[in-house]
Design a protein around this ligand. Structure first.
Ligand SMILES: Cc1cc2nc3c(=O)[nH]c(=O)nc-3n(C[C@H](O)[C@H](O)[C@H](O)COP(=O)(O)OP(=O)(O)OC[C@H]3O[C@@H](n4cnc5c(N)ncnc54)[C@H](O)[C@@H]3O)c2cc1C
Length: 693
């Protein structure tokens, strides 16, 4: 008889314990076990803070699955889909094609993903803290920041480099803050340009206490000890945004710092989201033996599963302790199913909790006992040493810890700049992206939002807005191409998301890829600064001309976010100008559409000739039209609005009430602006001729 095939998706605590237990219970001749994990190792999360704080090396906290799981087939392909109906998984076979594989039983144990997107700007400016890469990158960055602080001559810039912000004060936040604090303070003696007291490590937490899961006495101990070691703890403080400057707190206060590590925010992985089964807050619902609700051969364990603990009838927390127990018991239940025996509900009594807080201190609750301080720290190290999956890892970690007791932490900095080509950045309204006179470091493309281009001159030292740029526009190329400081400042007008490439990569591409360079040179020439240098009279006319005097009133024909393609065709047919605004439910500007856009959209929609009317009606405009079109505010000058149109090659532009109130009040047409300039010039010329005669 063919052996049955058990496929395990994931290679974390739950999956490894499952595969290990099942392999012991069932011989390879009767059961093939295939484990798919994106990495070829298990990440020992409890030691990630030690990796970030440089007290152990990264490889000590990663155990190779192949060596840990003899008799189990370990694969590193990413599973793309689990088809429960046909009992197959679909995975990327590395060539770009998808392969399918049949299973008799599948164990879904793919954990959860970090979701920094819960706070605007965190994805762009903060380090997550979940995978090994996060810990390694963070450690590199911290050392880099100390090197920058050593080189900084401006005291404010030095302070910024020496401010380290950790968002969240649960277990991982506290352990990380303790380790970062230890690394930076103990290393300060090797630097000349700053002292230990100049360093600020801040932990920001939205609740009233750190470590909400542990007993009040232990968490008070942890808080006091950490504060004594120099960690600033900000409680009842909610981070609302992250930018290049630092973290914005609720109420508007800005916590400045060059390092942000975010330990909060998780989301189910795309694989789980796509799985069509019952879920509870994104986790897969299971029956008491851990099979997925409604399934006979599919099981879910670990962080991705919603499993009620029969011990206290509460949902299992997302911890390694629980994930391991679930893995073990799911394997035993599967063996029972194969033998035709009744399964057992998941039941587990928590053994205890341990949290290291840095500086050879920890807090622990084990078997009803509460311990804190040095003793708890030894307990913490002992327990985790014992819990490491292989003897080679235990010895490695023990040696690293021993080394850390005798020698200072390793400050070698492996320069990875060459590969850091592409970045993302987030700015709040009013934030400067760069200032006039600064050295150009990046080339930026606007992914979302609007920015203002500002300039000061000797004649007008107060910054004047020259133009507005929106989605798809770019800036920074002029200074980079000309190897000169920025001639204008750029400020965010709305929340802005940018894609940025480093100056080195930009210069290399521009030098070796002539079409790109040509495109940029044309853009530089089109930009308003040059334009007004060529047309100074035009600028002085437009500066005096209020925008309201050139405004074309809004047409009664507008579209809404619910309009379909059929609505758009009908209304555009009735609209003499051929341009329409799309409004949201609050009558704010949501999008724009003209005949040309509509033609392009209809050409993309595939409908059969018989189904033409119906087919177009089915499609909403919002499927095709990008949101947040470029607009100018009534308070902007006509010169700004004109430069904005010229920089983009637009023939018309919507005008809204103000930057904050985006209800449209009219349309500005390039043709009308040009007419006014020509008329005024002709009138001035005629006046001059009359005066001369
Ligand atoms: C910084 C940190 C510190 C922690 N400290 C502790 C602690 O001290 N004590 C404690 O009990 N818990 C701790 N935890 C929680 C604990 O690590 C998790 O609860 C535990 O890892 C969950 O195990 P899991 O097997 O469900 O998922 P994971 O360990 O996250 O493993 C999931 C695996 O699935 C893989 N995967 C995902 N999708 C796919 C796919 N489509 N195809 C192939 N593979 C895929 C991933 O690559 C990953 O290797 C900590 C967590 C973090 C982040």
């Amino acid at each position: 008889m063919n052996p049955i095939r058990v496929v395990v998706v994931g290679g974390g605590f739950a999956a490894v314990k499952f595969a290990k237990t099942l392999r012991k219970k069932l011989p390879a001749s009767g059961c093939e076990i295939l484990l798919f994990n994106r990495e070829n190792h298990l990440v020992f999360h409890p030691l990630l803070a030690d990796v970030a704080g440089a007290s152990i090396n990264a490889d000590a906290a990663a155990a190779p699955l192949r060596q840990m799981l003899p008799g189990v087939g370990c694969r590193t392909e990413r599973v793309q889909r689990i088809d429960l109906r046909s009992s197959e998984i679909e995975f990327d076979d590395g060539t770009g094609a998808l392969s399918r594989l049949h299973f008799d039983h599948v164990i879904v144990a793919c954990g959860a993903e970090t979701n920094l997107g819960i706070i605007p700007g965190m994805t762009d400016h903060a380090f997550g803290f979940k995978v090994m890469r996060d810990a390694i990158d963070l450690r590199q960055h911290i050392v880099h920041e100390m090197e920058h602080a050593e080189a900084a001559t401006d005291p404010e810039l030095r302070r910024w480099h020496l401010n380290f912000i950790i968002v969240g004060a649960g277990f991982s936040g506290v352990e990380l803050a303790g380790e970062v604090n230890e690394l930076v303070r103990s290393s300060s003696r090797f630097y000349r340009n700053f002292r230990r007291e100049d360093i600020v490590v801040t932990m920001v937490h939205s609740q009233a206490q750190i470590l909400p899961e542990v007993a009040p006495a232990l968490r008070d101990f942890a808080r006091k000890k950490m504060e004594k070691a120099g960690v600033t703890i900000m409680l009842n403080c909610r981070a609302v945004a992250a930018t290049h400057e630092g973290v914005e707190l609720e109420g508007g206060r800005m916590l400045k710092g060059g390092t942000i590590a975010c330990t909060i925010g998780t989301a189910p992985s795309a694989l789980i989201q796509a799985l069509d089964v019952a879920k509870e807050r994104g986790r897969i619902r299971t029956v008491p033996d851990m099979r997925i609700e409604g399934q006979t051969n599919a099981w879910a364990i670990g962080d991705c599963a919603y499993i009620v603990n029969a011990f206290d009838n509460k949902p299992s927390p997302t911890t390694a302790q629980f994930a391991e127990r679930q893995g073990r018991q799911a394997a035993l239940n599967l063996v029972r199913v194969l033998k035709g025996e009744p399964t057992q509900p998941f039941r587990f009594k928590v053994l205890g909790q341990l949290c290291s807080i840095g500086g050879y201190q920890a807090v622990a609750e084990m078997f009803g006992l509460r311990v804190s301080g040095l003793l708890a720290w030894f307990l913490w190290r002992g327990v985790y040493l014992f819990k490491l999956p292989t003897w080679s890892r235990r010895i490695k970690v023990a040696l690293d810890w021993f080394w850390d007791l005798l020698f200072p932490r390793d400050l070698s900095f492996l320069n990875t700049d060459a590969t850091q080509y592409l970045n993302r950045a987030y700015f709040r309204p009013g934030d400067f992206i760069h200032r006039q006179g600064e050295v150009a470091r990046v080339f930026s493309v606007i992914e979302d939002g609007e920015v203002e281009i500002l300039q000061t001159t000797e004649e007008s030292p107060e910054a004047k807005i020259l133009a507005v740029l929106g989605k798809g526009d770019f800036f920074g190329e002029g200074a980079l191409l000309g190897s000169r400081p920025h001639e204008t400042s750029v400020r965010a007008r709305t929340p802005v998301r940018l894609r940025q490439v480093s100056s080195a990569f930009f210069s290399e591409t521009a030098a070796n890829f002539p079409p790109f360079r040509e495109l940029l040179s044309k853009a530089v020439a089109r930009r308003s600064g040059d334009l007004w240098q060529r047309l100074p009279l035009g600028k002085s006319i437009l500066d005096r001309e209020p925008l309201s005097s050139l405004l074309e009133p809004l047409s009664a024909n507008v579209l809404s976010k619910n309009s379909t393609l059929t609505d758009a065709i009908r209304i555009l047919r009735e609209s003499p100008s051929g341009e329409l605004l799309i409004l949201d439910e609050n009558k704010h500007l949501w999008g724009t559409l003209d005949r040309n856009d509509l033609f392009q959209i209809v050409a993309r929609v595939t409908v059969t000739p018989t189904d033409q009317q119906e087919g177009l009606m089915r499609h909403k405009l919002t499927e095709f039209v990008p949101a947040n079109p470029l607009s100018v505010a009534l308070s902007d000058s006509t010169a700004v609005a004109s430069a904005t149109m010229l920089a983009r090659g637009l023939t018309w532009l919507p005008v809204v009430q103000s930057k904050d109130d985006t209800r449209p009040i009219g349309i500005l047409r390039g043709e009308r602006v040009a007419n006014r300039v020509v008329q005024t010039m002709a009138r001035t010329e005629a006046d001059r001729a009359r005066a001369a005669s």
